[in-house]
Ligand binder design. Structure first.
Ligand code: S3P
Length: 436
């Protein structure tokens, strides 16, 4: 599905957000639960598998590879084929907008006996795939790109050997691609990371992890047996982040967001917002399927600017667009550095954010690896998500707090991670759902 449609959402200033909002299940965990279930022996049950486009792309690729997927009492059942039971397909595996689908599946497919081609939408075709090609080819895979981009052609029937790989960028997708290929490699493979990226893959597969002062080494054994099981997928912290910030910046707000995944490699935004003065509380904290989960309770707060960079960035990388909106409402200056990876997401998020927020009157300066934002007032106007779901939702929250209406072009891309976003926003505050 292309997300370059011309749908426009209109968001009017809101006085407050009060209530309970249920956000979609975690997309990162969902992709992995689907892939690991497909490679397990026996049937796995996935509770609360999200209907969002990205995790659905992973499911449809797995189906195309011969994996049986069905629903039983609203639970998704995946009949695992074991490590060597996937079957070939003549058609491209279409990954839509999903970088996680494309990169993780490439790792899984590098060691298959058959050849495959992965492709995606226009945004995915612009993203760099050399970051997975290089380590996978070093394992003995045969992966060809078109000038570092998809379509990705993976020749089958290659014998992979174990690799000890040092991640040049903090990327959970690259880490996971190498670990998945490691399942098919002779001997052991390991990934060393110097900044801690989201750890769902190693957590969910129960891999060996050795922590040193400056690095983490994650090891996988070739041929490792994956057990079929029940996966309970928590609500997505990244989706909750939009409503957390809405409640913080609008006066007299009080919001509860139940069952949110709080894995520390994902929830770095909470610490940053609390350091900025946010009143956010966690209730009913518990562990579900190896992941921390809790109900978030958020009250309007007076925020102050903050400086951040370094190792804190990977744990809030997807939340930087909405943090930038919070910074426009904070007292004083916010400086975000070491976030150059933001330029390699579904859009160049540094540039697109600076463009969108400055056209709403924000004082924002684009840096090579981040931005500087001086808090102040937002006016209204027309902005463009550039087809990036996280930009569309961040600009929508900016619209709630702006002085005048904000119209967002290309607003339907929110379905990538948050179908029902506009409806949820309209229920809590005021927004018109997108129209063509
Ligand atoms: C993801 C990893 C991150 C993140 C993306 C999801 C994952 O990407 O931005 O939304 O599920 O592994 P990188 O690996 O490129 O940092």
């Amino acid at each position: 599905m292309l997300h370059s449609g011309s749908h426009i959402a209109r968001v009017r200033p809101a006085s407050s957000v009060i209530g309970i909002v249920d956000v979609p299940s975690d997309k990162s965990i969902a992709h992995r639960a689907a892939i690991f279930s497909a490679l397990a022996e026996g049937a796995s049950r996935l509770v609360d598998y999200p209907t969002s486009d990205d995790p659905q792309s992973t499911l449809s690729c797995l189906k195309q590879l011969g994996v049986e997927v069905y629903e039983e009492d609203e639970i998704l059942v995946i009949e695992g084929k074991g490590l060597h039971g996937l079957t070939s397909t003549d058609a491209d595996l279409y990954c839509g907008n999903s970088g996680t689908t494309m990169r993780l599946l490439s790792g899984m497919l590098a060691g298959q006996s058959f050849s495959t081609t992965l492709s995606g939408d226009a945004s995915l075709a612009r993203r760099d795939m050399s970051r997975i090609r290089d380590p996978l080819n070093a394992m003995g895979a045969s992966i060809e790109l078109v000038e570092n981009h998809s379509p990705i052609r993976i020749a089958g029937g290659r014998a992979l050997k174990g690799l000890h790989y040092e991640l040049p960028v903090a990327s959970a997708q690259v880490k996971s691609a190498v670990l998945l290929a490691g399942l098919y490699a002779e001997g052991e493979s390991s990934v060393t990371e110097f900044a801690r990226s989201r750890d769902h893959t190693e957590r969910m597969l129960g891999l060996d992890i050795v922590e040193f002062a400056d690095r983490r080494v994650i090891t996988i054994k070739g041929g490792m047996d994956i057990k079929a099981r029940t996966w309970s997928i928590p609500r997505d912290f990244s989706a909750a982040a939009y409503f957390i910030v809405a409640a913080l910046v609008l006066p007299d707000s009080a919001l509860r967001i139940p069952r949110v995944g709080l894995n520390p490699t994902r929830a770095g935004l909470l610490d940053v917002l609390i350091a900025m003065g946010a009143r956010i509380y966690i209730e009913n904290e518990r562990v579900v399927g190896g992941e921390a989960v809790g109900d978030l309770v958020v009250f309007s707060s007076e925020l102050s600017g903050i400086e951040l960079g370094g190792d804190s960035i990977p744990n809030l990388i997807d939340e930087l667009p909405i943090l930038a909106v919070a910074a426009t409402c904070a007292e004083g200056k916010t400086v975000i550095r070491d976030a150059g990876e933001l330029r390699h997401k579904e859009s160049d998020r540094i540039h697109v954010l600076a463009e969108g927020l400055s056209s709403l009157g924000a004082d924002i300066e684009e840096l090579d690896d981040g931005m500087i934002i001086n808090g102040g007032k937002l006016s209204g106007g027309m902005v463009d998500s550039r087809g990036d779901h996280r930009i569309a939702m961040s600009l929508a929250i900016a619209g709630l707090v702006a002085d005048h209406q904000v119209s967002i072009r290309n607003a339907d891309c929110t379905a990538v991670s948050f179908p029902g976003f506009w409806e949820a926003l309209a229920e809590l505050a005021y927004a018109e759902t997108p129209e063509s």
